[in-house]
Design a protein around this ligand. Structure first.
Ligand SMILES: NC(=O)c1ccc[n+]([C@@H]2O[C@H](COP(=O)([O-])OP(=O)(O)OC[C@H]3O[C@@H](n4cnc5c(N)ncnc54)[C@H](OP(=O)(O)O)[C@@H]3O)[C@@H](O)[C@H]2O)c1
Length: 283
């Protein structure tokens, strides 16, 4: 098993001295959170991130916009945070009410304060190999593979899903020329009806489709590595892409609960600390 918690703990441990150095230099890292509307799970996610910020000695101003907030008002709130010197990075929690143009709100975030690495400037930086905040779940998946010493360089990595949150950025990340990447990456999606032919030969299979139970034992290479990132929520029940029975066939596999979730949060704080160091002139 490849649980995410030990990986996240290692990331947080590496951030502690960096946060101390920032605070000693008079710069407390600030993570702003923006919640639009009253979506229950989103409110819980935001509260959890604020608690973690406090635990790490960061400050976390929160902006809660009401359900009837307009796109213009949400953009104005984001611009105010862009100008706020105590804010190093911000998170605009998804989803927003349907009448809000969420992409337009994200576009308004200063790319250097984009803790999720989702702004087009940062996706462009990723594609160009220029330093910048990297999308948190893909960065966490690379960290998991590195932590468990799963060889990736030169290996066959197959990603199911080309979504902008996981599949697409992960495909760029793992194809970069770095020791913990450098893979032969294949991305499959609904346009590839014989996708299982690709997944069956994968040294490392990453499921990022959001189709519960889509990956069954016959879709993986016996002894291969499986990372389950795609999930669908039904109420509070989490339904992963990777069926439980795959645990008997895979060599290494992330647990259905506590896999990529903890590392996603750790990478978010990693992006925050890097943004703070940049703004404080420490890097
Ligand atoms: N665990 C975490 O921390 C975390 C964080 C973020 C997201 N997620 C989850 O990760 C998943 C992916 O999110 P995303 O935003 O990157 O992607 P997305 O926009 O939800 O897109 C899903 C992708 O999967 C492909 N797909 C769907 N059904 C398929 C099928 N039957 N066969 C082959 N391909 C199929 C789609 O293909 P087409 O492009 O052809 O439609 C699409 O590329 C979601 O379930 C999301 O909830 C998890």
């Amino acid at each position: 098993m490849m649980p995410g918690a030990p990986v996240a703990d290692a990331v947080f441990a590496s951030l502690v001295p960096r946060i101390e150095a920032l605070r000693s230099a008079g710069h407390t890292p600030g993570l702003a959170t923006v919640l639009i509307g009253g979506d229950g799970p989103s409110a819980r996610y935001v509260a959890m991130k604020m608690r973690k910020a406090e635990e790490l000695g960061c400050h976390s101003p929160h902006v809660h916009l009401t359900q009837d907030t307009t796109t213009a008002a949400a953009i104005a709130a984001v611009r105010a945070l862009n100008e706020d010197p105590s804010v190093d990075a911000m998170l605009v929690q998804y989803p927003a009410p349907a009448h809000v143009d969420f992409d337009a709100v994200l576009m308004a975030v200063d790319p250097d304060k984009d803790v999720d690495g989702m702004h087009p400037t940062n996706v462009g930086r990723l594609a160009l190999g220029v330093p910048g905040p990297v999308s948190c779940t893909p960065a966490g998946i690379e960290a998991i593979l590195a932590h468990y010493e799963v060889p990736v360089a030169g290996r066959d990595v197959v990603i199911v899903g080309r979504g902008v949150t996981i599949g697409r950025p992960l495909s760029i990340l793992l194809s970069q020329k770095r020791p913990t990447a450098n893979a032969a990456v294949t991305v499959v999606h609904t346009g590839v009806p014989n996708w299982a032919e690709y997944t069956r030969r994968a040294d490392v299979l990453v499921a990022a489709a959001g189709v519960p139970g889509m990956i069954q034992p016959e879709h993986i290479r016996p002894g291969g590595v499986v990372v389950g990132a795609g999930v669908r929520y039904e109420g509070r029940t989490l339904l992963p892409d990777v069926d439980e029975s795959c645990e008997d066939v895979a060599g290494w596999i992330t647990p259905r609960v506590g896999g990529v979730g903890p590392t996603t949060i750790a990478m978010l704080f990693s992006n925050l600390v890097a943004a703070a160091e940049q703004r404080a002139g420490l890097i």
